[in-house]
Design a protein around this ligand. Structure first.
Ligand code: EPU
Length: 348
């Protein structure tokens, strides 16, 4: 495969390309430095016909086995201001830009909207796939449009946010992972700061930082960074993929019955009036998993929702632990919890 705008590595180790730090090998890794190379790349049968795993920062997947097809990584790094009327702005970032780098770039340019999403690992291209969210904000709140390569029709498309099928940790890109390669994301941001401080902990953190009056967006980002550093293990130090399970959404009557039987159980609003979101962390914690380990596969001591690799755990060992955790939550509470990261090389 000769060409410009990409490079190819055969039998590429992926250990440093997944934040769990588990061992995995790609038969073929294609790194595109220019999204314009995608039509040429998808002209090759191996990409056109085979499964292609698009790898961002590797922060939301678990290699339970080796990927069978081509692994495609976008190493594109541009950020540009597409529009700015002094009040509202549209920022376009390439898929390969680091998510937190983008958050800092927008704050540095006086643009608000992404501050609650500071320090989330991963890339811009991965952000819309699972509609990343934290501290009361989901990225869909700020997404203007998603640019992607449509594999079936062999062309670049631009989808308005309303057409992306966003839901809690979900999107049309996650539902049909082989249909598109996200190439860039456009964000609608504002120069007027409307703080979203409702989520437990942010107000307290701002106070601990000595900020009493109205905070600036950069100060909210700083508060979020401090909370995350305290609660979530740094993947550079202890391999992990953030929350391993989604918070389960259950029918309201089931949630109310559980809350009645378990005083202290957190209960959040669900997708509508007839559903409630439960805290997977709380359910797992109640089953006694926090801080447990089985060999090098473990549950973080600081947060029950985070599985960790203490050194040399394999993806299969971590998946086995996750299945045991889910089975115990099912047995004790009658609630099914599902993984948030994509499982590669096996099925849930
Ligand atoms: N809790 C426990 N035990 C624990 C940790 C938490 O019982 O070990 C209970 C507490 O009652 C706490 C509640 O769970 O109040 C919620 O915990 P937390 O505020 O940490 O939020 P979460 O629901 O566990 C979600 C996201 C995180 C995001 C935080 C903050 C999901 C799956 N996870 O976690 O996102 O950072 O809210 O907004 O929705 C990620 O997706 O990778 C991620 C880290």
């Amino acid at each position: 495969m000769p060409g410009t705008g990409y490079r190819i590595v055969e039998r590429a180790r992926l250990d440093a390309r997944n934040t769990f730090g588990v061992a995995a090998t790609a038969p073929l890794l294609v790194e595109a430095t220019d999204a314009a190379a995608l039509p040429e790349l998808f002209g090759y049968a191996m990409l056109r016909e085979g499964p292609v795993l698009v790898l961002g920062g590797g922060s939301n997947l678990l290699f339970a086995g080796d990927p069978t097809g081509v692994v495609l990584s976008l190493a594109t790094r541009g950020i540009a201001l597409l529009a700015d009327d002094g009040r509202d702005a549209v920022v376009r970032a390439d898929a390969g830009v680091g998510w937190h780098d983008l958050v800092l770039w927008t704050l540095g340019h006086g643009l608000c909207g992404l501050e609650n999403l500071a320090l989330i690992p991963g890339t811009v291209g991965a952000a819309p796939i699972q509609n990343i969210g934290a501290y009361g904000v989901e990225v869909r709140d700020c997404i203007h449009a998603v640019e992607a390569y449509d594999r079936e029709h062999g062309r670049f498309i631009r989808l308005d946010a309303a057409d992306c099928g966003f839901a809690y940790r979900d999107s049309r890109f996650k539902q049909a992972p082989d249909a598109h390669v996200v190439t860039a994301v456009e964000f609608a941001l504002s120069r007027t700061f409307e703080p979203r401080l409702g989520y437990a902990g942010i107000d307290e953190e701002l106070q601990a930082m000595g900020i009493d009056g109205a905070p600036r967006a950069s100060q909210v980002a700083e508060a979020v960074i401090r909370i995350r550093r305290r609660k979530l293990p740094d993947p550079a130090v202890l391999g992990n993929a953030g929350s391993f399970f989604k918070n389960p959404i259950v029918p309201a009557p089931q949630a109310e019955a559980l809350a009645g039987a378990h005083p202290g159980m957190p209960l959040f609003r669900g997708a509508g009036d007839d559903t409630r979101k439960l805290s997977a962390a709380w359910l797992i914690d109640q089953c006694g998993w926090k801080g447990q380990r089985d060999g090098d596969a473990g549950v973080a001591a600081s947060h029950a929702l985070v599985l960790v690799n203490h050194g040399h755990a394999s993806g299969a060992q971590l998946l086995g632990l996750a299945r045991r955790i889910a089975a115990s939550v099912q047995a004790r509470f009658g609630v099914a919890i599902e993984p948030e990261p994509r499982i590669v090389g096996d099925a849930w």
